[in-house]
Design a protein around this ligand. Structure first.
Ligand code: FES
Ligand code: FES
Length: 166
């Protein structure tokens, strides 16, 4: 039997754009992003909060958006992979992943890009240990990780710590 949930208003900023909408309280942040805002770059790769394909930044901190209720983001700021590029130009971190073959199927890539972005925002020259820690919540089933490490180091070397225009 379908349950009726009272819908609640929510207002949040996603990739710099303010959204006001009304949702069921049980809505997950990843559902809101993908289904309400059509931001399908944030992926769902598991049902156990394990894979990290759904990683986004919420108020500057990386979260697995499959484990966060959308109402918990009320009033907050979210950055998804779509927010990395600007004016049609890929972010240096995105370019580095392509150049270093840091992806194969690409399913994990949005989450890894966000984790790498957060790392480089705080540490402009991360060593292997720092990279390993930063992407510990992201699972890649294809690459073997070596090229992901290379991509993150290349992004750091090319100034990947900066958002476009900063
Ligand atoms: S979808 Fe796998 S951790 Fe969120
Ligand atoms: S590139 Fe396929 S899961 Fe990471």
């Amino acid at each position: 039997m379908p349950e009726n949930f009272e819908r609640v208003p929510i207002r949040l900023t996603v990739n710099g754009k303010v959204h006001s909408l009304t949702i069921e309280p049980r809505t997950l942040l990843v559902e809101l992003l993908r289904e309400n805002l059509d931001l399908t770059g944030t992926h769902v790769g598991c049902d156990t909060s394990y894979c990290g394909a759904c990683t986004v930044l919420l108020n500057g901190r990386s979260v697995k958006s499959c484990t966060v209720l959308a109402v918990q983001a009320d009033g907050g700021e979210v950055l998804t992979v779509e927010g990395l590029e600007k004016d049609g130009q890929l972010h240096p971190i995105q370019r580095a992943f392509g150049d270093a073959y840091g992806l194969q199927c690409g399913y994990c890539t949005p989450g890894l890009l966000i984790s790498a972005y957060q790392l480089l925002s705080k540490n402009s020259n991360p060593d292997d240990k720092a990279i390993r820690k930063a992407i510990a919540g992201n699972t890649c089933r294809c690459t073997g990780y070596q090229n992901i490490f290379k991509a993150i180091k290349a992004a750091a070397a090319s100034g990947g710590t900066q958002v476009h225009g900063d």
